[in-house]
Design a protein around this ligand. Structure first.
Ligand code: GLC
Ligand code: MG
Length: 676
């Protein structure tokens, strides 16, 4: 192309553009103009900015323009597709982050006994706040605090006088708010004990119900009964959990009211819509304060049958007037009544309203001991469509404490896992404020192996304060008994497991400077946090090490669990996660020293495993042969091996393995695991 021609084009371009704009003509007019200005015999005009459609089409069809354009187009389509596929794969393969209540043990604080800050001999909220470092040391992120509401303390706080106030023994609302803020600052979650089933007889609602002030008249369960100088003839044979008739005559109202626990704990009437609303309002009150979770006390007792028929006797031959103990009746009409789950589902829905912000999930667990009828516990998990508790407390392992054996451990673990609805999250309890201490019940020799079992099983472990150092039952003489249940029946006294936390070998174990409400156990000089922290190996150090190991190793906190072996002495299971290079074999001894050959039980597991942890010493790294795994009495081992073909997909393990949420591990995406 000559320079003249190109000049011509430039002039022409200006001419066309101006003409087009001035005349406001469309493409056809532009074509006319083009015909006018193109010199006859001249080549096609060169492309230029603002060219009309026809010019554009003329060039766009040419291979040198079309090809790059099509290549670019397909490149864009393909890379978008690839991006979508990669994103979907990453999402599908990467593990869902565990929620906070799944990622850490739940530690139970009994506030009377944890730490006293004002030296009245009883623990309090400020005391708990001063001990937050202990949770950090244990790598515990979720703390359940037994009740601290205003209460006459007949059942040490499980008799609530005001659901919206803090008892002065424990401090003030400001102390509570400070504690909660301090816990949140340290990344700790606070789970409150919540007692909807009953109030104290000092609660305003009961006082107003007693004198028939509306709308409170039917807030509790009242019924006519005979009261003569010889005593009360109750409406039926129902017996309180704490013994004797569940009915109490009230002289003011001249009727009997129902109490499934102490007579100072009247049952709320959950068939009354106002009671339902009041309790939901209380839940909202605490959620608005920022509480992270609730433990629903005595859930199965919430409703009673309206017909008030006698409950069947366990021994039909027993003279009915002699039936005074709870276990002498089948509690068909006072527990797990139709409608109970709807009520808890309602509470869950309220909690969901407060769970919408990221990281603010409000957790719900239920206390509902099922006495061997496990399907009753499982119902608290809700259904795939209707949410209920995140988990009901699993008390099954407690049975192990009275009959230690490898087979026992196997069967109790399996009972929960095989009955649990698919995909739900297990949990394990071996101690709480209603039980005796592990050390006294199972024996000192087994405390470490029990803690190892708890922290290596899949699901959330629950630890009652003091079990991390192996505290023992304290002796309480009959005249010193504080627990109302113990006053009714010494053999049921719960004081021995509620003695002050042993922090150090100083006076009163550093729990308080004054006489303590229950005696400090005399073993506090050696069994205490400080001493055990400084020892090279101790129950406390083991607890911490296990808790850290659980967090650090994805197979342990979220992987598959396969039941591998059990006999009288030994219980073994493994933990593995698809794609994770390491897997763990846990071998626990609940009987006499024993050597087991696990090589034929475990296809594809290498013959040599590396000791990651033992209950008995701080050492690790030694090689252990799969054909000869030796454990002493009460010894537990965590053994690590290079994972090959997953055991859970082996046909022989079809019914032996369990996982809550399937997840694969990709080392390149390790960052996803570490950020959960
Ligand atoms: C639950 C508590 C227990 C309390 C009872 C009555 O069983 O664990 O301590 O006495 O409820 O509230
Ligand atoms: Mg009730």
């Amino acid at each position: 192309m000559s320079s003249d021609e190109s000049n011509g084009v430039i002039e022409m371009k200006e001419g066309i553009a101006n003409a087009g704009f001035e005349d406001g003509q469309d493409g056809d007019a532009g074509a006319d103009i083009y015909e006018e200005v193109v010199e006859p015999g001249a080549a096609h005009p060169q492309p230029y900015a603002g060219m009309p459609k026809e010019v554009l089409l003329l060039y766009s069809g040419q291979a040198r323009y079309r090809l790059p354009r099509e290549i670019l187009f397909w490149l864009t389509v393909l890379s978008t597709l690839a991006l979508v596929v990669v994103t979907a794969t990453v999402i599908a393969l990467s593990p869902r982050c565990l929620s906070w209540w799944q990622a850490s043990p739940v530690y139970q604080v009994y506030p009377r006994s944890f730490q006293d800050s004002d030296n009245d001999g009883i623990g309090d909220l400020k005391g708990i706040q001063s001990r937050l470092d202990h949770f950090e040391y244990l790598n515990v992120k979720a703390v359940w605090i037994s009740p601290f509401f205003k209460s006459p303390m007949k059942d040490f706080g499980y008799d609530v006088e005001d659901f919206r106030e803090i008892d002065p023994i424990f401090g003030t609302m400001e102390d509570f708010e400070n504690l909660l803020a301090a816990m949140h600052d340290q990344g700790l979650k606070l789970i409150m004990d919540f007692i909807p089933n009953h109030t104290s007889d000092q609660h305003e609602w009961f006082k107003l119900s007693r004198n028939r002030t509306e709308p409170y008249t039917d807030y509790f369960i009242w019924h006519d009964c005979q009261n003569t100088s010889l005593g009360t003839v109750p409406p039926n044979n129902w017996v309180s959990v704490f013994g004797n008739s569940a009915w109490q005559y009230d002289a003011e109202r001249q009727q009997c009211y129902l109490h499934q626990f102490l007579k100072e704990q009247p049952e709320l009437n959950f068939r009354h819509p106002d009671v339902r609303r009041e309790i939901t309002d209380v839940i909202r009150f605490w959620l608005e304060k920022g509480v992270d979770g609730l433990r629903i006390d005595a859930a199965k007792h919430i409703l009673e049958a309206k017909h008030l028929r006698d409950e069947p006797q366990v021994n039909p031959e027993q003279p009915p007037e002699n039936v005074t103990a709870y276990w002498q009746l089948h509690h068909d009409y006072t527990t797990t009544q139709l409608g109970t789950h709807e009520i808890i589902q309602e509470w869950r829905a309220v909690m969901d309203e407060y769970s919408r912000e990221p990281g603010r999930y409000r957790f719900l667990m239920t206390d509902s001991y099922d006495g061997g009828e496990i399907e009753k516990s499982m119902m608290y998990y809700g259904t795939p469509l209707v949410k209920e508790a995140d988990f009901p407390f699993n008390f099954y392992l407690v049975e192990l404490l009275d009959a230690m054996s490898g087979n026992g451990a196997f069967s109790l673990v399996n009972t929960w896992l095989s009955n649990m609805p698919k995909g739900r999250w297990p949990n394990w309890v071996i101690g709480n404020h209603d039980m005796t201490r592990l050390s006294s019940r199972a024996g000192k020799a087994y405390v470490n192996v029990l803690n190892m079992l708890l922290l290596t099983l899949p699901g959330t472990p629950s630890t009652y304060y003091g079990e991390e150092i192996g505290m023992e039952n304290v002796n309480v003489t009959e005249s010193e008994i504080q627990d109302p249940l113990g006053k009714f029946n010494v053999s049921m006294n719960r004081d021995p497991g509620r003695s002050p936390m042993q922090w150090s070998s100083d006076d009163n174990a550093s729990f308080s400077k004054n006489k303590t409400w229950l005696p400090v156990h005399p073993d506090y000089k050696t069994v205490n946090v400080e001493t055990q922290k400084n020892a090279s190996w101790s129950t406390l150090r083991q607890y911490r090490a296990l808790s850290l190991l659980r967090t650090a190793e994805p197979p342990l906190h979220r992987g598959w669990m396969c039941l591998v072996w059990s006999d009288n002495n030994t219980f073994a299971f493994l933990r593995e996660l698809d794609g994770f290079p390491a897997a763990f074999l846990v071998v626990l001894n609940f009987g006499a020293a024993a050597t087991v050959d696990l090589s034929s039980a475990l296809p594809g597991v290498p013959p040599q495993l590396r000791l990651r942890m033992s209950t008995h010493h701080p050492g690790s790294g030694q090689l252990v042969s799969l054909g000869q795994v030796r454990t002493e009495t009460g010894e537990g081992l965590v053994l690590e091996y290079a994972a090959g073909h997953p055991v859970h997909s082996h046909p022989a393990f079809q019914d032996q393995c369990y996982v809550s949420e399937k997840a694969c591990y990709l080392s390149t995406m390790g960052i996803l695991h570490s950020n959960c």
